[in-house]
Design a binder for this molecule. Structure first.
Ligand SMILES: NC(=O)c1ccc[n+]([C@@H]2O[C@H](COP(=O)([O-])OP(=O)(O)OC[C@H]3O[C@@H](n4cnc5c(N)ncnc54)[C@H](OP(=O)(O)O)[C@@H]3O)[C@@H](O)[C@H]2O)c1
Length: 383
């Protein structure tokens, strides 16, 4: 199967490396190999830390995406401008995989309609929550739009910045530290303003509620006006400030909002840091579920792109889109390695000596539906 990959930056290069590493498994997974034929970039002569496409790099996106020899197009370049070209690609019956939340939030419904009309699919797992399989869970495991409520912490840069502010840093210093750590973009405006989270919430609403909303219509407040004193005051009381995305669906419509909120430090959403993201789903039939994991970074995002490519390839071969197809290896040796247990206590009791007292300090790591999430209205702290 031949691929065109539009964008070979942070995510695209990680994808090419991961594809190279898993070539040996592909015949089992999809019955054929995956070959990257064209890489579309702005600077074709730039050196890249990944295996090169068989036909090299080009700036001619149209020729590469519409090459009749190409069976699937991956778009990991970013920006809404790719929508018309991708619509032409799916119009020819060729599936598209994208990590581009801006494009999916704005143009996803139209692109998916065009794909369906031509008998193909648009795959977009990586557009929300990086390596967390949240869209696939919504699509495959919890279908029927049975959700009443979706909440998420969806921006790793903001997590990092708020952690720095809890340690007393100003917003500007915290953003500079995020950039130095390679987390924030050169222009972190979309993160700080909440616009990145707003787009991701619009995508979640498409999948959870089956509705298309204009991302701009979601009332959004970023963290630009949050003061470190406030973050620290909440921390002293046992709370952490998070940029929270929330959406509801009721009998008469939907509601959504993005903004700073405080959550109990013991709440799973309160324990996220750095690139960790989480999505909480709740519905009358399903109860609550929480999905957590790495929400950003080239590797985690590329892993979700790769999962979509494999699923699309399986569909093309007439197999199920579900990946119940992992090769099972016999006779795997056991190794002596302690398995991670999530201890919330300061010092976990030693193995074999778990006294009742040692259980003090355990915190629930499941969502506590009865415990309210606190919403910051932008006002000053009282007391
Ligand atoms: N990085 C993450 O953690 C992450 C997480 C989730 C989703 N995403 C999404 O994944 C996508 C890619 O992100 P990234 O971090 O990999 O971006 P990036 O590092 O900036 O890479 C962008 C790539 O696209 C190419 N490109 C951009 N505009 C182009 C144009 N007009 N024509 C041809 N090539 C063009 C660039 O070419 P040159 O290399 O020649 O400049 C580069 O290879 C975005 O939609 C982003 O929102 C990223």
């Amino acid at each position: 199967m031949e691929l065109t990959v539009i964008g070979v930056g942070e995510v695209g290069a990680a994808l090419l490396r991961q594809l190279d590493r898993m070539q040996g498994h592909l015949p089992d997974l999809i019955g054929e190999s995956l070959v990257v034929r064209h890489g579309v970039v702005r600077h074709p002569d730039r050196e890249r830390d990944c295996p090169a496409p068989t036909h090299g790099y080009t700036t001619n996106a149209e020729a590469a995406a519409l090459d009749p020899a190409v069976d699937l197009v991956v778009e990991v370049a970013g920006g809404r401008g790719w929508a018309p070209l991708l619509e032409r690609v799916v119009g020819r019956g060729v599936p598209v995989v994208t990590a581009n939340k801006e494009l999916v939030a704005w143009d996803g419904p139209q692109l998916r309609r065009a794909a369906r009309a031509a008998g193909t699919d648009v795959w977009m797992e990586a557009s929300v929550g990086g390596a967390i399989p949240v869209l696939r869970t919504l699509e495959l495991s919890w279908p029927g739009y049975a959700f009443g409520y979706v909440a998420g912490v969806l921006n790793g840069t903001v997590n990092f910045v708020l952690d720095q502010m809890a340690a007393g840093q100003s917003l500007a210093h915290a953003v500079a530290a995020a950039q130095a750590a390679g987390l924030a973009e050169a222009d972190p405006e979309a993160d700080v303003s909440g616009r990145d989270t707003q787009r991701k919430l619009a995508v979640l609403m498409q999948l959870a509620f089956g509705v298309a909303v204009r991302p701009d219509d979601i009332p959004t407040r970023g963290i630009g006006a949050v003061h470190p004193d406030q973050v620290q005051a909440w921390a002293r009381r046992g709370y952490r400030v998070k940029l929270l995305a929330q959406a509801w669906r009721g009998a008469d419509g939907v509601a959504a909002v993005v903004g700073p909120a405080v959550v109990p430090a013991a709440h799973p959403l309160g324990q996220l840091s750095g690139a960790e993201n989480a999505v909480l789903l709740s519905g009358p039939d399903t109860g609550e579920a929480l999905l957590m994991g790495m929400g950003a970074g080239g590797g985690p995002t590329a892993s979700a792109v790769l999962a979509d490519i494999v699923a699309a390839a399986r569909v093309r071969r007439g197999r199920s889109g579900l990946s119940w197809c992992r090769p099972i290896q016999d006779n795997v040796p056991w190794v002596d390695r302690p398995l991670g247990v999530v201890w919330a206590a300061e010092s976990p009791p030693r193995r074999g000596r778990v006294s009742p007292r040692a259980m003090d300090g355990w915190r629930r790591i499941t969502p506590q539906a009865a415990e309210p999430l606190w919403w910051w209205d932008g006002g000053a702290l009282s007391g």
